[in-house]
Write a protein that binds this ligand. Sequence first.
Ligand code: NDP
Length: 327
Amino acid sequence: MASDLNTVVRVHHTGPPDVLCVETLPVPQPQKGEVLLRQEAIGVNFIDTYFRSGLYPFPALPAIPGNEGAGVVEKVGEGVQHLQPGMRVAYAGVLGAYARYRTIAADRLVVLPDTIPFDIAAAVTLRGLTAHMLLRQVYHVRAGQDILVYAPAGGVGQLICQWARRLGARVIGVTSTEEKAAIAKACGATDVVIGTSDLPARIRDLTDGKMVPVVYDSIGRDTFETSLNCLAPRGLMVSYGNASGPVTGVSIGTLSAHGSLYLTRPSLTTYIADRKELEASAQELFAMVEQGVLKPEIGQRFLLKEAEQAHRALESRRTTGSTILTV
Ligand code: NDP
């Protein structure tokens, strides 16, 4: 280790992007069951903005945000058997990522195949595990089905399009600009609708009146009702994000009124809580990357110390693909 000092980004109180402060702290020591990780690339995910803004609570403040990273095991703590210094690893869903060095529970790390560079790992681990959860676990997407996907040019969205195409499904994307529509199509979306004002009518046209069996809605407040109107009877509404704000005040009667719908609000944390499930999902994901089914696009790269700009870019709806920080 070159020095005992660590560069981190911390928040002391939640709020707008300028609450992200670049600081120097001592390098932490791994405790029992932990490793010290030297991070090479860090994922910036929309969920990081929810923690920073206060929508989701940090366990305590000050806190180091970020939920995804990739790097090299520097030291192992007592009792860690399956990892050794020098191994290449990645993780998703563990707060504390915005740092050069971090400690982390060893059982949250997955070993990275040599073919996957650190920057790609930071672009695809959390977002790809999310796509896997949505298409393979929350709902089993099958060949020939029409599925509706919001933000199809985004980090998770591009991976959903690529994976769903491999499954033989027809993806109808909903986005905000022609440029993003072209990106979504290049990723496998069959049709892309711009804007949501007449979305249910557009879906009716595109599906010959059948509507869709599943909607993947990452937008939340602004689109919840519209999404219900795009579903076929007994369809599944998957509300998995809050890019426009959280969905509140839903009466369950609305599910009956829209045709006996199902509703789920999945969180990746639950789907990778079990170590065996995490490993199996990560293996499937990395195989998809190695086979070229998934081609993670790093649309934006920032330095760790530029985390504030990365958040501004993501929240301003200007980004495409994944956003990462390099160290
Ligand atoms: P994205 O790259 O998808 O960026 C967000 C996109 O949302 C924007 O580019 C924009 O796309 C769209 N959007 C629509 N309305 C707004 C708005 N008011 N403000 C900002 N963006 C808006 O981000 P990620 O890939 O990191 O995450 C995608 C979604 O997946 C997020 O909602 C995130 O919370 C969710 N997620 C959920 C997980 C879970 O476990 N439930 C795990 C991981 C991610 P466009 O211009 O095309 O509309």
